[in-house]
Ligand binder design. Structure first.
Ligand code: ZN
Length: 122
């Protein structure tokens, strides 16, 4: 029961205990996806196998494509914006959401693959 927690995923918390952090704090701009080897609370491996986060790349691609395409199409075809203005807005949205989507996709992927374990959450 209560297998998936959107809040824990959104807050970048460990999927198994929902207490430890998935990413190293504070975030370094030169390596925004720097993760600890294991959760400091429950010892869950943050990269269970080599190439584990390859799937997260597809999640971020799917999400960002729709997140940027739909408003752009809406602005151009419904609100009659010029294509360049709509593209400018899409680029702006892409820039401001880049880190959120990059880290969110990794967090979501880890949460989809690792189940919650109430015994590990003290
Ligand atoms: Zn944990």
């Amino acid at each position: 029961m209560n297998r998936f927690s959107f809040k824990a995923m959104w807050d970048y918390k460990c999927p198994r205990c929902r207490q430890g952090d998935i990413f190293i704090k504070p975030m370094s701009l030169s390596n925004p996806i720097d993760m600890p080897e294991k959760c400091e609370v429950c010892q869950q491996k943050m990269e269970p196998e080599a190439g584990f986060y390859f799937g997260a790349m597809f999640l971020s691609y799917i999400f960002s494509a729709w997140y940027l395409l739909l408003p752009t199409l809406l602005l151009v075809f419904y609100f009659k914006w010029h294509v360049n203005a709509a593209m400018g807005l899409a680029i702006f949205l892409g820039i401001i959401s880049y880190l959120r989507i990059l880290r969110g996709a990794r967090s979501l992927w880890l949460h989809l693959m690792v189940p919650y374990d109430a015994a590990k959450a003290k």
